[in-house]
Design a protein around this ligand. Structure first.
Ligand code: PYC
Length: 443
C-alpha cells in the first residue's frame, strides 16, 4: 500500500513549470480530473497551490486594484485573450474577501434596459462555460429565477422586462400563481395573505454558483499566465502627472505603470479620489444570512421586491437570504438583529413552513450605488486610469463580462460596444441608464 501511495504522490507532484506563453512566469496549471480526485484520495498528497506568491516588481504594464471577481477576471482575460501578462493584481486583504465572497451568488440576465440585458446575458454565457474554460468546477446551477409580483405595478414591470428580454433573445416570461406553485410547492400562493402573489417573471437560465470557486478559478487561470497576484497589498496613493497615471504607491512598495484599473467595490470612491477622479457613488451595506442545511426542496431562486427578500437553496442544502441595502451609507460589514427579524418575518410570509429553520450566520457586504443603478466602466478624464465600479447590488453576476470588456479596452484602446453606455461621462450628459426596475428588491 505504501508503495502505491508513493507512486501516486510522485505522479501528483510531477507537474512542473512550463513556459506556455513565452512569459517567464507562465506555467501549466495543474489539471484537475476525476482520476486525480481518486489519486489524491488514495495518496493523501497535498494538492498543489492554485496560485503563487511573487515579489512586488517596481514596474508593471497594468496594475489592477481589487482582487475580487472583477479584478481577477480582467487579469485573466488580459492574458488569455490579449497576451498581456506583465500585470499586477493588488488586494488590500485576501482575494475574494470583499463583495465577491459576500454576495448571494445569484446569476441572471433578466434586466430591464436592452443594454443591461445584452451585457448581463454575455456574463451568463461566460458563466455557462467557466468551469470548462478554467478547469475549475464553479458549480453553476441554472435552476431558474422567479421575481414575484404582488401588485399590478410590479406585474406591469415584469411584463415589460419579459418583453424586452425576449426581444434581446433572453428566456423570460410572466407566469401566474399556478405556474409558480408548480415550480415551488412550498410557496404560499393563497389570496388571503397580506401581499398575495399575482404572478412572476420566470427566467429559466438564472441560478446560483459557488462564488468562492469563481474567484479561485480566475485566480488560478491568471496565475497560470504569469500574472502576479499580490494579497495584503494596500494602495495608498496613485501618482498622476500631466493628466496621466504614472504609478501606484502601496504599503509594500511603489510601482511604476501607465495603466491602472480600479476594480474595487466599497472603496471605489476612495481609490478614484487618489487619482483625482470624482465618482457619483454612495456606499451602503447589504446584509445576507444563511440557515442550517436541510434536504433539497427549493429549485429556483425566489425574489420578492415587495417583501424585500430573496432566497435560494445551495447544493449543500442551506437557504441563503438577502434583502435591501441598509437605509444609510456606511462601511460597516456587520449584521444587525433588525435585519434578521425583518428577514424572518418576510420569509415566513412567503413560506410559512420554514418557521422552525435556524439561521446559522449573517454578514454584510458593501454596495456602491450609482444614481441610475448601472455601473461606471471605462475611461476617465485621467489618462490610463480606468474604472470598473459602481456595481450596486449587481456586481458578482457581471464579473466575467466586466473582465472581458475591460481587458479588451486596455488591449485595443477602444471602448467595447457592450459597455459604451456605462461610461462616467453619461452623468455629465444626463444620459442615464435606469436599471432600478431590474433590482432584485427595492433599494
Ligand atoms: O440583482 O439578483 C440580484 C441580486 C441578488 C442579491 C443582490 N442582488
Amino acid at each position: 500500500m505504501r508503495a502505491i501511495k508513493s507512486v501516486l504522490r510522485a505522479a501528483t507532484s510531477s507537474i512542473g513549470p512550463n513556459d506556455r506563453n513565452g512569459s517567464k512566469n507562465a506555467h501549466r496549471p495543474y489539471r484537475y480530473s476525476a482520476f486525480d480526485l481518486l489519486r489524491h484520495g488514495f495518496s493523501q498528497a497535498d494538492w498543489p497551490r492554485a496560485w503563487r506568491e511573487h515579489d512586488l516588481k517596481s514596474t508593471y504594464d497594468v496594475v489592477i486594484i481589487g482582487g475580487g471577481v472583477h479584478g481577477l477576471a480582467a487579469a485573466y482575460y488580459l492574458a488569455e485573450n490579449h497576451g498581456i501578462t506583465n500585470v499586477a493584481l493588488l488586494d488590500k486583504g485576501y482575494i475574494g474577501s470583499g463583495g465577491s465572497g459576500r454576495n448571494t451568488a445569484i446569476i441572471r440576465s433578466n434586466y430591464l434596459t436592452p443594454e443591461g440585458i445584452r451585457f448581463y446575458d454575455r456574463s451568463v454565457k461566460l458563466y455557462e462555460t467557466l468551469s470548462v474554460d478554467l478547469n475549475f468546477n464553479a458549480m453553476f446551477a441554472q435552476r431558474g429565477h422567479l421575481t414575484l409580483a404582488h401588485n399590478d405595478g410590479s406585474l406591469r414591470t415584469m411584463r415589460w422586462r419579459a418583453e424586452v428580454n425576449k426581444l434581446e433573445g433572453v428566456d423570460s416570461e410572466v407566469i401566474g400563481p399556478e405556474g409558480i406553485k408548480n415550480l415551488v410547492p412550498f410557496i404560499d400562493t393563497s389570496e388571503d395573505v397580506r401581499y398575495p402573489i399575482l404572478g412572476a417573471l420566470y427566467h429559466p437560465p438564472g441560478g446560483i454558483i459557488r462564488h468562492d470557486a469563481v474567484v479561485w478559478g480566475y485566480a488560478r487561470g491568471a496565475d497560470a499566465h504569469g500574472i502576479h497576484i499580490h494579497q495584503n497589498t494596500e494602495v495608498t496613493d496613485i501618482d498622476v502627472a500631466d493628466g496621466r497615471v504614472r504609478g501606484v504607491r502601496t504599503n509594500q512598495g511603489d510601482i511604476k505603470t501607465n495603466t491602472v484599473i480600479n476594480c474595487t467595490a466599497g472603496w471605489s470612491t476612495l481609490i478614484s479620489d487618489m487619482a483625482g477622479v470624482k465618482m457619483p457613488i454612495r456606499t451602503f451595506p447589504l446584509q445576507a444570512a444563511v440557515t442550517e442545511p436541510v434536504r433539497p426542496f427549493l429549485d429556483p431562486v425566489i425574489v420578492s421586491g415587495t417583501l424585500h427578500v430573496y432566497v435560494s437553496q445551495t447544493d449543500r442544502g442551506e437557504l441563503v437570504f438577502g434583502a435591501s441595502v441598509d437605509p444609510f451609507t456606511s462601511y460597516s460589514m456587520r449584521g444587525s438583529l433588525e435585519f434578521a427579524e425583518g428577514l424572518a418575518e418576510h420569509v415566513l410570509e412567503l413560506m410559512p413552513s420554514l418557521a422552525r429553520m435556524r439561521l446559522l450566520r449573517q454578514w454584510s457586504g458593501l454596495c456602491d450605488m450609482t444614481p441610475d443603478f448601472s455601473p461606471i466602466m471605462g475611461v476617465t478624464p485621467v489618462g490610463g486610469f480606468l474604472v470598473d465600479v459602481g456595481w450596486g447590488t449587481y456586481g458578482f453576476k457581471a464579473g466575467p463580462v466586466s473582465g472581458e470588456t475591460i481587458a479588451k479596452l486596455v488591449a485595443t484602446g477602444k471602448t467595447p460596444e457592450l459597455i459604451a453606455s456605462f461610461g462616467l461621462d453619461r452623468f455629465g450628459r444626463g444620459d442615464l441608464m435606469g436599471e432600478k426596475g431590474a433590482a432584485a428588491v427595492g433599494h
